[in-house]
Design a protein around this ligand. Structure first.
Ligand code: WQD
Length: 353
């Protein structure tokens, strides 16, 4: 009979652990009793996140967290970390993630996202660590033929280099499990992560003008931007605006912890969708956020944005049946927590201007 390791005896290395999804996942891991090692170069995250994590989890749990400021592509730095820390499993978030920027900077995106993954798995192999959870995306489904999307739905060509990196890294990790049956890979395909920690201490903090809907809406609510630009109202959807499966970042974080517990002692490659199973339109989001912040948010209709799909939402039956996980929060709570974060931290992790 295989003996499962307890969280206290399990050390999880989290790349990109200071980022939006990474930081919330680190909080969940620490609360569950895991030992956590963050590797983050802070190229798109703030070191202040570490203080916020400590505040949320408290001093006893914070003892189980260590942080290395390093680029995952830095092989020597990884060597030192794997020599120093008794890593059992890796959760790999680190990567560039701006869709539009990836079109302008394909070399940087392919080299950073794919390069750092290859460096990471090579270092893992050399240290006998063969369990990895990868931060993939519903973007790999492209423009869907049928909804909801199950894990069996076909992967379609990506429409930008960012999407291709997710697409290819999935295949790279799958290849590892074919070459060496000791590898244990979980690919988590996120739908649209939004929301923030309910404490208001952690949330999404994009640099510059937000590309994604929710941070943009939140900045309109806090007065940093004039109006939401709605990209297209002529889609074949009930109100003409794009429909997505928004998921609370705390649910997403819990999905990683569930996957980690499930994969222990297994091998092979398994894919899970992490969403809610519900589709919400852009106008519905603006309405829900207006309710959360207590004022009507202005918006203007703009032409469609290149590369956007009409609608997507997930079938999450597999995650429910195998991982025992399902999303608990709805749109109202996602907007409430996002507003709580944004209103208490109007400039994100930066000090007041
Ligand atoms: C959602 C909806 C827009 C902004 C992208 C990536 C995906 C993942 C999440 C990220 C769409 C509309 C948006 C705005 C708008 N990865 N919109 N005005 O495009 O579904 O997914 O982000 O790291 O891989 O592709 O998310 O939030 O950009 O857009 O009307 O200012 O909101 O057209 O219908 P998307 P999104």
């Amino acid at each position: 009979m295989t003996h499962k390791k307890s969280p206290a005896d399990t050390c999880v290395l989290v790349t990109g652990g200071c980022g939006f999804i990474g930081s919330h996942t680190v909080v969940c891991l620490l609360k569950q009793g895991y030992q956590v090692v963050i590797v983050d170069d802070l190229s798109n995250a703030s070191e202040k996140v570490l203080d916020r994590i400590d505040q949320i989890v408290g001093p006893e749990a914070a003892e189980r967290l260590s942080f290395y400021r390093a680029d995952v592509n830095d092989r020597e730095a990884l060597e030192c970390i794997f020599d120093e820390e008794p890593v059992d499993c890796v959760i790999h978030f680190a990567g560039y993630k701006a869709v539009g920027e990836s079109v302008q900077k394909p070399i940087e995106y392919y080299s950073n996202n794919i390069g750092n993954t290859l460096t990471l798995v090579d270092a893992m192999r050399d240290h006998g660590v063969k369990s990895i959870i990868f931060s993939s995306s519903a973007t790999v489904y492209g423009d869907p033929d049928a909804l909801p999307l199950t894990e069996e739905s076909p992967k379609k060509p990506a429409t930008n280099p960012y999407g291709w990196t997710k697409w290819m890294i999935e295949e790279i990790l799958r290849s590892l499990t074919i070459a060496d049956p000791e590898w244990n890979v979980v690919l988590l395909r996120y739908f649209n992560p939004i929301g923030a920690h309910p404490s208001g201490l952690m949330g999404e903090d994009p640099k510059g003008i937000p590309n994604n809907l929710l941070p943009y809406v939140a900045q309109v609510a806090v007065g940093r931007r004039d109006a939401v630009h709605v990209f297209g109202d002529d889609y074949d959807t009930p109100d003409g605006t794009g429909v997505r499966d928004y998921i609370h970042v705390m649910d997403l974080a819990a999905g990683h912890v569930a996957a980690l517990a499930w994969m222990e002692g297994r091998t092979g490659c398994e894919v899970f969708n992490l969403g809610t199973g519900n589709g919400t339109s852009v106008l519905e989001i603006i309405k829900a956020f207006s309710a959360a912040c207590g004022k009507e948010l202005p918006y203007v209709i703009e032409p469609r944005r290149a590369g956007d799909v009409t609608a997507n939402w997930a079938d999450c039956t597999k995650a429910k049946e195998l991982l025992g996980w399902e999303a608990r929060y709805g749109i109202a709570e996602m907007c409430r927590d996002s507003w709580n974060w944004q209103s208490h931290n109007p400039n994100g992790y930066e000090e007041e201007q």
